[in-house]
Design a protein around this ligand. Structure first.
Ligand SMILES: N[C@@H](CCC(=O)N[C@@H](CS)C(=O)NCC(=O)O)C(=O)O
Length: 223
């Protein structure tokens, strides 16, 4: 059975969990993290799950980060690479219509999420939830908000042109953007009106695979 090292509260692990749920593949989740544990973030004095600093784990993933998978002896790290591997191996028709251009367009949204949306949202999560209040900075929070909202406008425009991130069908390109938008909805009280994203999000949240691991607010706003 496929093994996945990670944690439910990790947004990169979430990408893999949602993809596995779409495919319907059985797997074993092994809790692992240097930063978070069952009680929350180490910045608040919690004990982390660990595992990632052991020689065995480092031999699989020299970064000591999560997620990592072992699929029948094939070890892979980097969350987006894992998702690409999983969809190519197990669900090409289902998650990109087995079409090379649809595949490339979906990877474009993976890269956009990783490079443009994730860094400001990471700062938002730290400033709103994870850091102890005395370590938070209003300036950093404001800068993260501005940067995130600006990039989200690009998603809004895309969803004004197509029903999903890549055309008229759900693809694996919707997964990373869906995680980012879900976190934003859960975390941010004052959001600008983005009607195309709202329409798309209302559809996304109804997917059973989204409900399986990603929907639960405890996996996103837990401090
Ligand atoms: N580019 C890597 C980044 C991996 C990464 O930074 N993962 C975070 C969790 S989202 C992590 O390992 N944090 C430290 C920890 O939990 O120990 C990927 O996408 O897999």
């Amino acid at each position: 059975m496929l093994k996945l090292w990670g944690r439910l509260t990790s947004n990169r692990t979430q990408k893999v969990l949602w993809t596995l749920a779409e495919i319907g593949l059985d797997f074993e989740l092994i809790p692992a993290s240097a930063q978070m544990g069952p009680g929350g973030h180490v910045a608040k004095g919690n004990t982390p799950f660990g595992v990632v600093d052991t020689p065995e784990y480092r031999a699989m993933n020299p970064n000591g980060r999560i997620p990592t998978i072992d699929d029948d002896g094939y070890v892979l790290w980097e969350s987006n690479a894992i998702c690409r591997y999983l969809v190519m191996r197990y669900a090409p028709e289902q998650l990109y219509g087995n079409d090379v251009r649809t595949f490339a367009s979906a990877t474009r949204w993976q890269d956009f999420e990783n490079n443009e949306l994730l860094p400001p949202q990471h700062d938002l999560v730290m400033e709103l939830v994870r850091l102890p209040p005395q370590q938070r900075s209003p300036e950093k929070l404001a800068a993260a908000r501005t940067a995130f909202n600006k990039r989200l406008q690009i998603v809004e425009e895309q969803l004004g042109r197509t029903r999903y991130m890549v055309g008229e069908r759900f693809t694996f390109g919707d997964i990373p953007i869906g995680i980012r938008v879900h976190r934003w909805v859960l975390l941010e009280q004052h959001r600008p009106a983005l009607p195309n994203i709202e329409r798309w999000y209302a559809e996304i949240v109804q997917r059973p695979a989204f409900q399986r691991y990603t929907a639960d607010p405890a996996n996103h706003v837990e401090g």
